[in-house]
Design a protein around this ligand. Structure first.
Ligand code: CTP
Length: 391
């Protein structure tokens, strides 16, 4: 649920810092990329090497000697990348600095530059916690939408039983999952997604292709996986890293894509045909076609329409079938025609500017004819909206 999320864990000088090792290892177990930033006092209580080993990332504790962080301004690059900041334990001193805009150590500097949501887990002596100055500072942070988890009652470092202990790592993890964890609203669903563009062989050195990059299909696959779906990704000639833990089934031609779709169809609850499939194929020549001064005619034969095969297959009932329409002219009218002719539940209409781009401007049209234009957005945002519409 935290795959793809970057979390900064700030550690300040409280004895509870040992519990932060457990927190960090729990965040890692849920898939987060965790970066630990320590104050000088924290390094006296727990070694940076512990966090480095747990996170696999360099630990930031001195802004001026970060040889192993390969960026000239680590506090800015880390702050920009973060999806969440957790400061645990958070001392009265750090609360005071943050509430009053001071930035004189690595942690307060990074936090000052960071716009991500923030959680503090205070830990201190009970009288310090009750001090109106500390309470006033906590109030200031809460007014800025910072979350404050704990402190809780229990045995404190000074021996008394009172309020002041850091909240348990599990409680902080639960809030983290609620704040930035991906919803598992596709758990139990199997989604078959095609991506990329098929290639039809002309001769041993040439083929007919199209400009599809596969970015849209891969973004849908990644979002579906993040949301708990089981995903079969059939990938035609895509030059992108595999999304998350998926192992794309690689195909080249329309016929190969058809065979792979049919093999995976039975267990699919949803089919998303994002691939640009060749409409014609060539009976490939065994040898290279040689140049001449004559006109060259290639007789092409139609490929099977994969979507039509899917929607006319037995077992179609209960499956949600989604197609794409790529049009240069009359986008909506043509997309509606395809929706009807191919008997789809949803069609994603887009124009050729989407090809290869990181963003897309699409119109979603469902079986009932309801039309929803989306503003131009990154393909991962559009992917999320398509999956929302499928849901
Ligand atoms: N499609 C398919 N099999 C094909 C061709 C297309 O399953 N042989 C799917 C595409 O994956 C897409 C939808 O049909 O989801 C529409 O594809 P598009 O290329 O826009 O339309 P075509 O049906 O090929 O019609 P035309 O090229 O005439 O616009």
């Amino acid at each position: 649920m935290l795959k793809g999320k970057t979390i900064i864990v700030g550690v300040t000088g409280g004895i509870a810092a040992y519990k932060t090792a457990m927190l960090v290892s729990r965040l890692k177990a849920w898939g987060a990329d965790v970066w630990v930033v320590m104050t000088a006092a924290a390094t006296k209580l727990i070694g940076p090497l512990t966090f480095r080993t747990l996170t696999g990332n360099p630990v930031v504790y001195d802004l001026f000697s970060q040889e192993d962080i390969h960026t000239p301004v680590p506090h800015i690059s880390l702050a920009d990348r973060a999806d969440l900041v957790i400061i645990a334990p958070c001392t009265a001193n750090m609360i005071g600095k943050l509430a009053n805009g001071l930035a004189d150590d690595p942690l307060s500097t990074i936090v000052m530059a960071c716009q991500a949501p923030k959680i503090i887990a205070p830990a201190m002596n009970c009288n310090m916690w009750r001090n109106p100055l500390v309470q006033g500072n906590v109030g200031k942070l809460k007014a800025l939408n910072w979350e404050c988890i704990g402190p809780v009652e229990g045995k404190l470092a000074c021996g008394v039983e009172d309020i002041g202990r850091m909240a348990e790592p599990e409680e902080i993890l639960e809030r983290t999952l609620a704040l930035i964890g991906s919803k598992q609203d596709l758990k139990g669903k199997h989604i078959l997604i095609t991506a990329g563009g098929t290639q039809e062989t002309i001769d041993p050195v040439r083929f007919i292709a199209n400009r599809s990059s596969g970015k849209m299909g891969y973004a849908i696959a990644a979002n579906a996986r993040e949301r708990g779906a089981e995903v079969t990704l059939i990938s035609a000639n895509v030059d992108l890293p595999a999304p998350l833990d998926l192992k794309p089934i690689k195909v080249a031609t329309a016929d190969q894509m058809l065979a792979s779709v049919e093999a995976a169809l039975q267990k699919a609850d949803v089919v998303v045909m994002a691939a640009a499939v060749a409409d014609y194929k060539y009976h490939a020549a065994k040898s290279k076609i040689k140049k001449s001064n004559q006109k060259l005619k290639l007789a092409l034969t139609p490929t099977s329409d994969i979507l039509q095969r899917v929607t006319s297959a037995t077992g179609r009932a209960g499956k949600t079938i989604v197609g794409f329409a790529l049009e240069t002219d009359n986008l909506i009218a043509n997309a509606r025609k395809k929706l009807k002719e191919k008997d789809l539940d949803l069609i994603v209409a887009n124009d050729p500017t989407t090809f290869g781009s990181d963003s897309a401007k699409v119109v979603l049209i469902n079986k009932l004819g309801k039309q929803r234009p989306l503003p131009r957005a990154s393909k991962s945002v559009v992917a999320r909206e398509i999956l929302n519409a499928i849901l």
